[in-house]
Design a protein around this ligand. Structure first.
Ligand SMILES: [Zn+2]
Length: 99
């Protein structure tokens, strides 16, 4: 009877210790999850605009901007902007001549 009670006590302690350990382990996991969320926020993709003249993707922070037909276009350089705007004017003039 003594050996059986020892085994039951051992099992009880083992389950108790196991429960405490699992509780302690679950906390660092939740911290790790929060930590892994932060880089995702930092890695939020910067929306790039496509230069309609040469096709280069440019960040709005460094792009040359021009409003064309109510739309803001982003260009990689002033040359692209000027060439695009002049070609748009030529296209507009061509459609006017046709009409
Ligand atoms: Zn360009």
């Amino acid at each position: 009877v003594n050996s059986l009670s020892r085994i039951i006590r051992y099992l009880f302690v083992a389950i108790l210790v196991g429960g405490i350990l699992s509780l302690l382990r679950s906390r660092p996991r939740s911290f790790a999850r929060q930590g892994s969320r932060r880089p995702r926020v930092a890695r939020r993709p910067v929306h790039l605009f496509r230069d309609p003249h040469c096709g280069t993707f440019v960040s709005p922070e460094v792009s040359i901007q021009a409003t064309q037909a109510g739309r803001v276009e982003h260009f990689c350089s002033e040359q692209c902007r000027d060439r695009y705007l002049s070609s748009e004017r030529q296209a507009a003039g061509a459609t006017r001549q046709q009409a």
